[in-house]
Design a protein. Structure first.
Length: 410
């Protein structure tokens, strides 16, 4: 069947958009058919959506359904940024995909100031992915009995859980009760993968084992929203999900003055009043200046799950003046959900971006690359926080956006 005939059948509703692959052998050709159909019925021209370098056959059944092409976002690079972590140790350039003028320049300025002052120290302090299936039982008494059974049979649950994937390993399971409902928040090591899919499959098998053994318990949802995935939450804020990472730096007073055009005292004052008081007044899950800006730009550039920017950007930024009159600044990311294998990380552009930082693919030992990447991401966020807080303290924010983010409209 040629393109014109397929378009005719699509127009008449005889074929659905997702069925085009049934009539052509190549996903790239199917995307071409869908673009031509959309151009005909909408009167639009999809030249740029159809201009790309990747092979859409690679994305089939893994990254996208009913593809028509790609959405291209400008990519810039900030750095070098010196990072001193357990896994990331050296100078790194940070790829950032964004449409916000001034963001890359701002992060770059923070990188320069931190690097000149000796670099950012970074550390992954927790590392596990979670999924929380929801069970219903006949009564609160039965709910309690289920949680006791889970505690007593944790070893058996672990053995079943670990049979699904060699790179998903059980760490613990935490029970929570509300009325006759029981949530089991599973925690697992997923090594270099972000790991959501692997943990989900392992939980499914473990929960079926629980249902078969504990006859009064019935799983009603494989995800019970206590995980917590793609939503800001207190449980992730306090207990973590993905990687909990801390990055810190101490900046010399002269660097703050020369590069950031302000003083340590003024940066601290803005940090306390904006990040602590303002965020507290708003009851925000995030006491930071703009961590989501940097997280989102890195996620898009490197093929992370962009919806997880929601919880990954929950962050707490602190600043203080030390005894030597220098500026100490830190950022803590309780729930940074990143990986270097799986999902969008295998796409050609995104893999190249990870390669820039030496983080592409699986690490040696397993998990090392994802931890390295997490340390770099946290340090880049620190650079972004430093730069914006300094711009606010110096009164330069509006001026920078006018210069870098307000070009003539097209």
């Amino acid at each position: 069947m040629d393109i014109s005939e397929l378009i005719h059948k699509l127009s008449k509703g005889e074929i659905k958009l997702y069925e085009v692959e049934n009539f052509v052998q190549d996903v790239n050709k199917a995307a071409e058919v869908r673009r031509a159909f959309l151009e005909r019925i909408t009167g639009s021209t999809l030249k740029n959506i159809g201009y790309f370098s990747m092979d859409l056959n690679v994305t089939a059944k893994r990254n996208i359904e009913s593809p028509v092409g790609v959405g291209q976002i400008p990519m810039g690079v900030a750095g070098p940024l010196r990072v001193k972590g357990d896994y990331a140790n050296g100078l790194f350039y940070i790829p950032l995909c964004t449409t916000e003028g001034a963001l890359v320049a701002s992060v770059n300025r923070g990188c320069s100031a931190i690097t000149e002052s000796g670099g950012a120290n970074a550390k992954v302090v927790r590392d596990y992915m979670t999924r929380a299936p929801l069970f219903i039982t006949p009564s609160a008494e039965h709910a309690f009995r289920l949680t006791q059974w889970v505690k007593e049979h944790k070893k058996e649950i672990e053995e079943v859980f670990n049979t699904v994937d060699p790179f998903v390993r059980f760490i613990d399971v935490q029970p929570w009760i509300v009325g006759r409902n029981v949530w089991l928040r599973f925690m697992a090591n997923t090594f270099d993968a972000m790991g959501m899919n692997g943990v989900t499959l392992a939980c499914d098998k473990a929960c079926k084992f629980i249902e078969e053994t504990v006859k009064f318990a019935r799983m009603i949802s494989l995800s019970g929203n206590l995980c917590v995935d793609k939503k800001p939450s207190a449980v992730n804020w306090l207990l973590g999900r993905g990687k909990t990472v801390v990055a810190e730096a101490t900046l010399k007073r002269e660097v703050v003055a020369d590069k950031l055009k302000t003083t340590p005292e003024d940066v601290v004052d803005v940090c306390i009043r904006k990040n602590m008081l303002g965020s507290g007044l708003a009851h925000a899950y995030g006491l930071n200046a703009h961590a989501a800006n940097v997280i989102a730009a890195i996620f898009i550039a490197t093929g992370q799950d962009c919806a997880q920017v929601v919880e990954s950007s929950m962050a707490l930024t602190t600043a203080e003046v030390n005894a030597e009159g220098e500026l100490y600044i830190s950022i803590t990311l309780p729930s940074l959900e990143v990986g270097t294998v799986g999902g969008g990380t295998a796409l050609p552009t995104q893999r190249e971006a990870l390669t820039i930082m030496g983080c592409a693919g699986a690490g040696d030992p397993p998990g090392a690359n994802a931890k390295k990447f997490a340390e770099i991401v946290a340090s880049a966020c620190l650079a972004g926080e430093l730069s914006l807080l300094s711009a606010l303290a110096a009164g330069h924010l509006a001026k920078a956006h006018a210069r870098l983010g307000r070009a003539s409209r097209i």
